[in-house]
Design a binder for this molecule. Structure first.
Ligand SMILES: O=P(O)(O)OC[C@H]1O[C@H](O[C@H]2O[C@H](CO)[C@@H](O)[C@H](O)[C@H]2O)[C@H](O)[C@@H](O)[C@@H]1O
Length: 289
């Protein structure tokens, strides 16, 4: 195995190209919603609320997704959460809707009920991540298009905008820097045209959505996302959850898929226009704890 095969993978399940399209199974989804007193709606950010962009600084949620999220947030029987690999502060700023739960850094930074909690092991790895980012920033400075995104407890080294002939060099630098400076505490995961650096810690997007479920016992969980890191969330809410993978290019544990972030937008809108009306009617004073 070459060093570049040694990234830690998280995808699981069946090839997503064989996963059924959610559009062909809306009757099942409707059935689940009809039996639910409320909805825990979890969504990924990049590639789901926002289309993938060349520049990692550019993404914003689409206007339609923002409208949908606001409506979900305003509904007394819905608890919406955005769960991303981005840093918590960055994520909050990009979405900007009060009252939504935000989870950053792939589940290591929790922003539930407006609070902030960081996994202790992840927090202690922060200086190491900073040192690796500093070193890589200098080493990769002359490779045009490289972006070193230091997110505090994790980092992403982007090469989407790098000349294809130089991508391998970027990856080699990352593996060397982590090997030299990570003291065995920093893992490398493959991202989309990027390498994600994370401390080994037992919180992920799955533990995040599981924690949110404790606030809304019995509510129907729904999770939608496009990346390998979203697999942990799919697994955490299986078999009771409604799980939707965005795309068709890796293995997924999700029950359903949509083909693109444009279709993800349509599905989220469908939840608002059709799904909310199906939720069981409950007393006006029902609320999450
Ligand atoms: O969990 P997510 O919300 O999907 O975040 C995963 C990473 O997304 C961002 O990088 C990716 O999206 C960029 C913008 O579309 C794209 O340019 C890049 O190639 C992708 O890797 C973000 O910058 C990372 O911090 C997130 O971890």
């Amino acid at each position: 195995m070459s060093e570049h095969d040694s990234t830690v993978g998280t995808a699981s399940g069946e090839p997503s190209a064989e996963t059924p399209l959610v559009w062909d199974h809306l009757a099942e989804v409707r059935g689940r919603l009809r039996q639910a007193e409320g909805l825990l709606f979890g969504t990924d950010f990049d590639g789901t609320l926002s289309p993938i962009e060349e520049n990692p600084e550019a993404p914003e949620p689409t206007a339609e997704n923002l409208r949908s999220l606001r409506t979900l947030q305003d509904h007394p029987q819905v608890r919406p959460a955005v769960i991303s690999g981005r840093g918590l502060a960055d994520l909050r700023e990009r979405v900007g809707i009060e009252g939504v739960d935000y989870i950053g850094n792939h589940g290591l930074e929790l922003g539930i009920d407006g609070q902030r909690e960081t996994h202790a092991d992840a927090a202690s790895a922060e200086p190491k991540i900073a040192e690796i980012c500093g070193t890589l920033g200098r080493q990769l400075d002359d490779i045009e298009g490289t972006v070193v995104e230091n997110k505090g407890v994790t980092a992403t080294i982007h090469y989407r905008m790098v000349d294809r002939e130089q991508v391998e060099t970027v990856r080699e630098h990352v593996f060397e820097a982590v090997d030299e400076l990570g003291d065995g505490e920093v893992e490398i995961h493959d991202g989309k045209e990027s390498l994600e650096l994370r401390p080994a810690a037992d919180w992920d997007k799955g533990s995040a959505i599981a924690q949110l479920q404790e606030h809304v016992d019995g509510w129907q969980p729904v999770y939608i996302g496009d990346d390998t890191t979203d697999e942990a969330a799919f697994e955490a809410i299986t078999p009771n959850g409604i799980t939707v993978h965005v795309g068709d290019n890796h293995e997924t544990a999700a029950d359903y898929r949509v083909r693109s972030s444009a279709e993800a937008e349509v599905f989220i809108r469908w939840l608002v226009t059709d799904g909310l009306a199906l939720l069981e009617t409950v007393d006006d004073n029902v609320s999450a704890t």
